[in-house]
Design a protein around this ligand. Sequence first.
Ligand SMILES: [Mn+2]
Length: 430
Amino acid sequence: MDKQFFISNRKKLFKIMEDNSLAIFYAARTGPGKLPVEFAQKRNFYYLSGINVPNVILILYKKGKKNKELLFIERNIPELEVWLGKKLSKNNTKEISGIETVYYSDEFERHLHFYATSTNICYYDIETSLINSNLSYGLSQLNLIKEHYPILRIEKVNPFLSKLRMKKSKEEINNIKKAISYTNYGIRSILKHTKPGMMEYELEAYFKFECTKRGEKQLAFSPIVASGENATILHYEKNNSKIKKNDLVLLDVGAKCNEYNADISRTFPVSGKFSKRQKDVYKEVLQIQKKIIDSVKPGVTLKELQDKTIELMKEALLKLKLITKKSKGSPSPSPDISGAATDGKEDYKKYYMHGVSHHIGLDAHDLCDREKKLTVGNVITVEPGIYIKEEKIGVRIEDDILITKNGCEVLSSMIPKEIKEIEEIMAKKE
Ligand SMILES: [Mn+2]
């Protein structure tokens, strides 16, 4: 990404920070001497700096018309170069981030002291963790800051970041579009190569290959390739079962492009042809998904989409004979309230139990305020599903949607989801 992107993100944050305040952001931490594991930067840190290496600290300081930006990077250690390579230099750091003032991290304490004693508010990227787990680096640093500068008022910066990150720039949208197009290749490759008797992880390999060869090492998240009953486990990621001829396979997968994610679900029959029952269930999910997508526009909230999905879902489950009239409930309160406590109005939850939408971006489940009305530039998923454990059927269909002035645009419309399309692609394989 161009450094202008990160410069403008910091500008936007400065605008909403109160005067006479400072904000501190820590990059993800790694210790020395470990074998390499895939590095994942803190998303807020990346959004504000573009820096994708560990152990860096960012300070933003706002006083009057003066905004100051400082980065603290690790010193290069020549003896460790043969093990770890060279550390990021000051010049490279400036080039990537657009931040002119770069120090080494052993100078952080001194600078923090100056800013912490000349401001009132310290904005902090506050994480939480289970009470019995070890404190994250960020939380332990926060404790030190609180102890040593008790006069500072600590404020969560997270709501500011979710406000900023919800609205995607052109560049961010382009990255998401690319991630979706890699995902399209990956899913089509799976459709072409699936045969009964294969392992789920073999299909995963086809997906990974198509995304990786397009120039991105990492995926958005660990792919879900779930056949038969496994598809009724929402976050199944073992992918180690043998695929049977009459199974449906549920894919929930996403590629990444320049740190931006796609998140797509598709469901298809291993045999290449949906059975009657599979088709009936699939059609209901698809219809609900289309209806929800039709209602996506500026001004709508995720909660409203969820409520609408549940209403449509109850109709669908009734049609599929999974719930009874009583469970569906009546749209207006019935005069007879005697059975209110046991009316089974929540019976649908046995077959549909998750949210229909979330924002996507730097995180596959991106920061957001679920109460907030959608606005132009938001990117969300729409992903209804029906899961029938006793019939070994799980269907989820998920697309990525950009909110536009007049409604929305389905960014993943090139990925097949019509029954006819899927069956045709699967019939063409040799
Ligand atoms: Mn999703």
